[in-house]
Design a protein around this ligand. Sequence first.
Ligand code: NAP
Length: 549
Amino acid sequence: MVAETYETTGAGAQPEGDFDAVVIGAGAAGLYALHRLRGLGLSVRVFEQGDGVGGTWYWNRYPGARCDVESWDYCYSFSEELEQEWDWTERFPSQPELERYFNHVADRFDLRRDIQFDTRVERAGFDEGRNRWIIDTSGGATVSARFLVSAAGCLSEVNKPVIPGAETFAGVQLHTARWPDEGVDVAGKRVGVIGTGSSGVQVIPQVARTADHVYVFQRTAQYTVPARNRLLDDEARQELRDSFAERQKFKRTTPAGLSRPVVPASSDLDAAARAEILEASWQRGGPGFAMTIDDILTNPESNERAARFVRDKVRAKVDDQAVAEKLVDIDFPIGARRLIVDIDYFETYNRDNVTLVDVKAAPITEITSGGLRTLDAHYDLDVLVYATGFDGMTGALLSMDIRGVGGLALRDKWADGAGTYIGLVASGFPNLFMITGPGSPAVFSNVMLSIEQHVDWIADCLAHMVEGGFERIDADPEAEARWTRLVEDLVARSIVGKTNSWWTGANIPGKPRGITMYLGGTHNYRAACDEVAANGYEGFTLTRPADPA
Ligand code: NAP
């Protein structure tokens, strides 16, 4: 396909490049999108705000950052050669290893030449006359593209709460997802950490090793289970190589997209058998704990038994029982928030240099030049770490000013909730595709497999358009409404999300509440997307240049 030249209709300069497709972000999704779309013969430009590839694994370089999906599943499956030549060293890959992997992928598939680093997409408006997106970037350049693909990520827009006095702090303040490349020396320092989600639980044991003292500001206690991370030996790697084809096939049939999923035991069990299964899962480690018995996420009694099991384990690990009780004071069902997977988290509270501060009982009131004040005390600090998470699912998309038909802003369309059709498109925003967008399984799955499935579906759709001479595709509002209702119904039937968290948008003031992930399983989601395509892109309107508008 030959790139054409179009004039911008926006107020900015003339386009400085005209592409078949612009991809936003060079993380796992953006890299694969570039590879696939380029393979169709399309001209593609990727804009990436960082100066390197890897997305999540580029930004989240705090000590202890590690994936909680096993390495043999948290990787691409589109290339057997790539899989065969890459050696994972651990069960759960660390941030440095993942960053190396994505750099290897970028080099191996010669992707860098189409990526423009240090460049944010600020605005994108759909030019209805030409059926093209006009895209303004942070560097001041304006480009145009027939198709716009967001690979901006569903956990990339940082949530940093505004705390009075933050600007007066004399020490170092930093967010886990913006950790500097050169690291931060906490040796001998007094460090405060706000937040005990996955990021906090990973960073706290690491900083505690060298800091003079660590104050953990915990607002909501969380369920966390041991990772039981381990090194992989040559035999394990060979076994993974040998089983490549079989694993790839199998994981596409499983709800979470994992090749070695936890197979839930039937709930028809007596108390002793239940305890035995939970113990075995605890010893195995990893995030499958709440799936160990098939009624944990649906039956409140079974859920409470599993929750009690975890609380008792924590009490046994923590020496000071007053501290243990604060750590297990959890008022929501297990599985209602994303289960955290930890390495030596609870054991860290047995160190003399770690103090748990309950900021639910005595909330944070201000940051001072010398530290942090709660309702009942002041904590002197040299370093303040915000492990306060992200504006999930919609944050990165809405951080850009995206305008569709009639100049409608995506922010306005989603003011009361992020409706999409099959999690990939939003009606009224033609030729815009979202990878791991709202209404898709996103991170409620092995996100690497979801990314590949989304990109493959989008690439097939674009190939269909090119072959059929279509230049515009838009979702029908009724189809979008039906899909959005399905997503909501699946959420309503589950324990998942029955408490405040980033999953429900409750961590961001003013954000509409509700889980916007498809909870029906990646295998069912894939089937639904495939059916839409097989039925001639049912629920979409495709338009050729000559067709009346
Ligand atoms: P998070 O789960 O949203 O946790 C944020 C933490 O900050 C919570 O403890 C929250 O308390 C606290 N917080 C926020 N604002 C606060 C305030 N004003 N005062 C006191 N506490 C405040 O964020 P995250 O830990 O970065 O994890 C987000 C997601 O990223 C995870 O669920 C996971 O999907 C992904 N992740 C995965 C890994 C991994 O693979 N192992 C690692 C890191 C992140 P409340 O709970 O009271 O709001």
